[in-house]
Design a protein around this ligand. Structure first.
Ligand SMILES: [Zn+2]
Length: 133
């Protein structure tokens, strides 16, 4: 099956297939962060383009994949948010938490063959919990 990059929906399908493949290939959290009991990732969205996506909370346990790329919640956007460095920052911080802001660098389908920058803001908050020693 071939995807044509000129068709918006095909790009989105392609993206989710790639994300699924990468997630499946990622090691388990407990292999990467052996002392971790739980990782809580909260995502809030903010932007200027109409209806905002609903907030998301992801709670990851040790058997989950250590994969922290989240697709932009807009179905017509090809962007994604990579929180890998934010997760590392949380695990390296004495408080075991961090928060910050990322902007979607993807493009959204804007009607006939035109695309426009998404620029959706993601406010993330990451809290790690260590297993008792
Ligand atoms: Zn986006």
């Amino acid at each position: 099956m071939k995807f044509s990059p000129s068709q918006g929906t095909a790009v989105v399908n392609d993206r989710s297939i790639l994300l699924r493949r990468d997630r499946a290939a990622a090691p388990a959290l407990r292999a990467v962060f052996p002392s971790l009991a739980q990782l809580r990732i909260e995502l809030r969205f903010d932007g200027s383009s109409g209806i905002l996506p609903v907030p998301q909370t992801h709670v990851l346990h040790p058997p989950a994949r250590a994969f922290f790329v989240f697709p932009c919640p807009y179905a017509d956007c090809d962007g994604q948010f990579d929180l890998a460095s934010a997760v590392s920052a949380a695990l390296g911080a004495p408080s075991l938490c961090t928060d910050g802001l990322l902007e979607c660098a993807g493009q959204r389908a804007g009607g006939r063959a035109s695309r426009r920058p998404c620029r959706l803001n993601l406010h993330y908050s990451i809290t790690a919990t260590r297993a008792p020693a």
